[in-house]
Design a protein around this ligand. Structure first.
Ligand SMILES: Nc1ncnc2c1ncn2[C@@H]1O[C@H](COP(=O)(O)OP(=O)(O)O)[C@@H](O)[C@H]1O
Ligand SMILES: [Mg+2]
Length: 253
């Protein structure tokens, strides 16, 4: 079962958009996918038009079983919801005297091998929940918005990742996904080229700026449902293909 964390310290770079549309894309391609929302804003569920009242916080606290906490969202796609209750989970984690960073991994262990892929949408910033997500995941996908300082943000993030990899060596930054790509903007192209030179193995084809991607969540729809002919749908289909191709290789343990 693959465990992919969509993460970057910076907000507004397309993490949730990517987590939701990648999860939906893999499900459309035939995989069984669990999307876990690890953000107190609960955006991932909203983007799918789901508002489960129990989710990850209750599962970790032991007040709900996986069956109760995991909601069906689409064919072959399930959601373990986040939202405000995660604030309580964060408290629970920070109060632990030891083993705090593995709280999530322990709670999610019963789900191992029930899905082909687990995608985790993480919150911006760097806190106890993010650390828990990275101890659970084996692959990291970082969306990077093509703007000034993007490279700096990614390199700061990879240093933070390194501090976790010392204890969890299976974790690797596997995908760097350039987002908000706009060929008309010179710096967008320049930053893309820089990203390619520093992260050649990880860089995926960019996700272009597409207003349909920002409209779809308002309807609780994925990009494939809301605008299947859009460039946003085409770009996320291409990303899905790239990630699917790596099945059965190093990340799939
Ligand atoms: N490629 C894109 N083109 C246009 N708008 C986008 C694109 N990707 C994301 N958005 C919009 O940008 C905003 C931030 O994206 P989001 O996925 O919520 O970022 P994050 O989770 O990193 O904070 C949202 O309103 C989203 O709809
Ligand atoms: Mg988000």
């Amino acid at each position: 079962m693959r465990k992919i964390a969509v993460a970057l310290t910076k907000g507004g770079v397309g993490k949730t958009t990517t987590a939701v549309n990648l999860a939906a894309g893999l499900a459309l391609a035939g995989q069984r996918v669990l999307l876990i929302d690890v953000d107190t804003q609960g955006q991932a569920g909203r983007m799918l038009g789901c508002a489960p009242t129990i989710g990850l916080a209750e599962l970790v606290a032991g007040t709900a079983t996986p069956d109760q906490a995991i909601a069906p969202a689409r064919d072959r796609l399930w959601l373990l919801g986040g939202g405000k209750s995660l604030a309580g989970l964060k408290m629970l984690i920070t109060r632990k005297e030891f083993g705090a960073e593995r709280t999530l991994s322990e709670a999610l262990a019963p789900l191992d091998d029930q899905y082909d892929t687990v995608i985790l949408d993480s919150a911006p910033g760097w806190d106890a929940l993010t650390v828990n997500v990275l101890f659970y995941a084996r692959e990291v996908l970082s969306p990077v918005s093509l703007e000034v300082m993007a490279l700096q943000g990614l390199s700061d993030f990879t240093q933070s990742l390194a501090s976790i990899q010392r204890y969890h060596p299976e974790l690797q930054l596997r995908y760097v996904v350039p987002t908000f790509f706009d060929r008309r903007v010179k710096k967008s192209e320049e930053i893309f080229i820089q990203l390619q030179s520093y992260y050649a193995a990880q860089v995926c084809a960019p996700i272009r700026y597409n207003v349909r991607l920002s409209e779809a969540p308002g309807y609780g729809q994925t990009i494939y449902e809301y605008a299947s002919g859009s460039i946003g749908a085409a770009d996320y289909t291409a990303l899905t293909e790239r990630i699917k191709q790596d099945d059965g290789t190093q990340g799939n343990a």
